[in-house]
Design a protein around this ligand. Structure first.
Ligand code: SF4
Length: 676
């Protein structure tokens, strides 16, 4: 490479366990390449495949990125727009919003957001605007992990104080349950998991690369995880591996579990789950001898009984005393709060003058159909036309002419096609911010490496300007990035400014592995682990987790799993042609016996169908899934298919047993060979 080379170290802010350190290579001031940072302990010089392509592809391609605000000229859904300047766009949006506020009230304005750009300011500052406006919010985590959060809050008082991944060096066992880091945290799979000295156990219905790399793979039938947990507890009790001293000091309600264990033999567990009894014995013994780490995945709780399943799995560390010592603990999420970041400072809820309203993503399509309930919709950091359930119904609702719709995104997504205005968002390469990993106990510097494409702006600046156009005057709405970054760094105890932080790249906030719950104080009402939860009972849930399973699909139905794949980050990157080539056509994987019963061969065209929708796909036949299940990756861009649909066209939007969260892994379908 010739020319004057300079380097910018930054951090990937995607919805990913890894939070990779990145090096942006510039030649004569122009970005030439985006690479993994060789000095970063996570990426070790290599990005994942999807980011290596997209950050050097559509992410920096002015022909694909949105460079100007757009105003709709065609029918909703057509994706025909004209470019307008910021002042025109913001003045018209402000005027439309004010009219809606005056005639229908601000609660009829909905906003929905999630993890497009997860850095702290870009992902949180826009909430200040919506709080001031008094808008209603679609509960962000209801599309993802809310059932698990509530379940763990019942048991431990929190879902966001997970183990420190560095604890793996002291663990004799890593148990990964319902998580596939080979797709959702590729560096955790490649380095953290493989290099950990302990025995590895993976519980997953799919034989993923992470399951392949484990010492034991428990290929559980979806929806039967609670039975597997109870069966393991039965074995632990028989082997004398229940830590009764720990339970009596730190937990309430173990006796109500213990009397249920007699019938939960490994043979019973095998019948319920499909995992051989001997494998259940082995897994329980390895885990119970500890010290052991338990990683509870988000896929695990996207099942109809996801809350019960999470509570049942949470019994394992409690019953074996795998908490409060080196190499032990459980993990679901690590929140920013434990690092000193105050989400309430970023979101400024004090700006709200009206009561807050929210709803589950599972109810979004129905709400948007109703002009009494919804007059306007803002989508930022999210692509609901790809990622939400009830896809056909939602697309139809988004066509409502009287639903004023604004989309903020770096790209013209399927959701943007339905917008009245599309506002171009800058990418993470184009502004400074802070990335808080939800796996590692680190903070990463997101450092500006190039000017925004066209006149695109960071999310936060778009909402500052919109606040001004609305005539708002509260200073919180206009606080600059520099002021916010300085405050956030002070809050986390960093003594330097953002430039010093940027020089470090990644901050390890604790020099040594943090022992989870070292003080044995649990933020539950009793201060103990609540195996019996009065709060859960008061909310209409069982007092304790139960050894129950979902009914198996009846007749010729199959249970459809639609998890993350290695080539997409939720729906991000679906528009990169190289990624599209890697993805190939829409595909569904069946067990060889299920395929044979249906006369389906590998490579056949098939139709996947249920009462909600139908989808054409190519069949893949492989024993990577249990009989009775089918597998199809999530979140392709619907616009890439002639039917304008992806796997969510089959998702009826069923809710989990807790928190009205997505039960997407409970969808049932039939699969038939396509007729021609
Ligand atoms: S998406 Fe994840 S694995 Fe890929 S570069 Fe970003 S943080 Fe790393």
């Amino acid at each position: 490479m010739t020319g004057n080379k300079t380097y910018v170290r930054t951090t990937c802010p995607r919805d990913c366990y890894d939070s990779c350190g990145i090096v942006v290579v510039k030649r004569d001031g122009v970005v030439a390449k985006v690479l993994g940072d060789p000095n970063d302990s996570v990426s070790r010089g290599a990005l994942c495949g999807k980011c290596a392509i997209a950050y050097n592809g559509v992410w920096r391609d002015p022909a694909v990125r949105l460079g100007h605000p757009l105003r709709r000229t065609g029918r909703k859904g057509e994706g025909r727009f004209e470019a307008v300047d910021w002042d025109t766009a913001l003045a018209e949006i402000a005027q439309r919003l004010q009219t809606i506020v005056d005639h229908h009230g601000p609660a009829s304005i909905w906003h929905t957001h999630y993890t497009g750009t997860c850095s702290k300011i870009a992902g949180g500052f826009p909430l200040r605007f919506f709080n001031r406006l008094g808008a209603s919010e679609v509960e962000p985590d209801s599309i993802c992990n809310l059932a698990g959060q509530l379940a763990l809050e019942y048991v431990f008082g929190t879902a966001v104080l997970g183990f420190d991944p560095r604890s793996a060096r002291d663990a004799n066992c890593l148990l990964l349950w319902g998580v596939n880091p080979s797709a959702s945290g590729p560096h955790a799979h490649k380095h953290w998991f493989r290099e950990a000295p302990g025995r590895k156990i993976v519980v997953d219905p799919v034989r993923t690369p992470t399951a392949e790399a484990a010492d034991l793979h428990l290929q559980v039938f979806p929806g039967s995880d609670a039975a597997l947990a109870f069966s393991m507890l039965h074995v632990l009790r028989r082997k004398g591996l229940i830590d009764r001293a720990f339970l009596s000091r730190n937990a309430i309600g173990w006796e109500e579990i213990e009397h249920q264990l007699g019938d939960c033999t490994p043979e019973w567990g095998a019948a319920q789950t499909g995992v051989p009894a001997a494998v259940i014995e082995d897994a329980a013994g390895i885990y119970g001898r500890g010290p052991s780490l338990l990683w509870l995945g988000q896929g695990l709780q996207r099942q109809p009984m996801g809350g019960n399943i999470m509570r049942a799995c949470a019994l394992l560390p409690a019953a074996t005393g795998n908490i409060g010592k080196a190499g032990a603990g459980f993990y679901y999420l690590n929140g920013s709060g434990r690092k000193g970041i105050r989400e309430s400072y970023i979101a400024a809820p004090q700006l709200r003058r009206e009561p807050a309203h929210s709803l589950s993503h599972m109810d979004l399509a129905a709400t948007l159909e109703d002009s009494e309930k919804a007059r306007a919709l803002f989508c930022w950091n999210i692509n609901i036309a790809a990622s939400n359930p009830q896809q056909t119904r939602l697309h139809r609702a988004l066509q409502r002419d009287d639903l004023f719709t604004v989309v903020v995104d770096p790209f013209l997504t399927d959701t943007a096609d339905f917008a009245d205005f599309v506002l171009p968002a800058a990418s993470f390469l184009e502004f400074d911010d802070i990335v808080s990993s939800y796996f590692h106990l680190t903070l990463g510097a997101q450092v500006k490496a190039m000017e925004p494409i066209g006149v695109s702006l960071p999310n936060q600046e778009i909402f500052r300007r919109l606040a001004r156009a609305m005539g708002y005057g509260e200073p919180e709405l206009f606080e600059s990035d520099a002021e916010i970054l300085a405050k956030l760094l002070r809050d986390v105890g960093f003594s330097g400014g953002f430039d010093d932080f940027a020089g470090k790249g990644t901050l390890e906030l604790w020099p040594e592995p943090v022992i989870q719950f070292a003080d044995f104080k649990f933020p539950t009402p009793s201060g103990k682990i609540e195996i019996v939860s009065a709060r859960a009972e008061a909310a209409g849930h069982p007092r304790t987790p139960l050894p129950i399973v979902d009914p198996r699909p009846a007749g010729d139905h199959l249970r459809l799993l639609s998890p993350a794949t290695p080539w997409l980050m939720n729906s991000s990157y679906g528009n990169d042609p190289k990624i599209a080539a890697k993805l190939g056509p829409e595909a569904v994987t069946l067990h060889p016996d299920d395929a044979a019963e249906r006369g389906i061969a590998d490579g056949d065209g098939v139709e996947i169908a249920n009462e909600t929708g139908r989808l054409a796909a190519v069949a893949r036949v492989a024993a990577v899934v249990p009989r009775g299940t089918a597998l199809s990756g999530k979140s392709r861009w619907p616009g890439g298919s002639s039917a304008r649909a992806n796997v969510n066209v089959l998702n009826p939007g069923r809710k989990t047993d807790m928190a009205e969260s997505s039960a997407v892994h409970g969808v049932e379908v039939t699969i038939r060979r396509a007729s021609a």
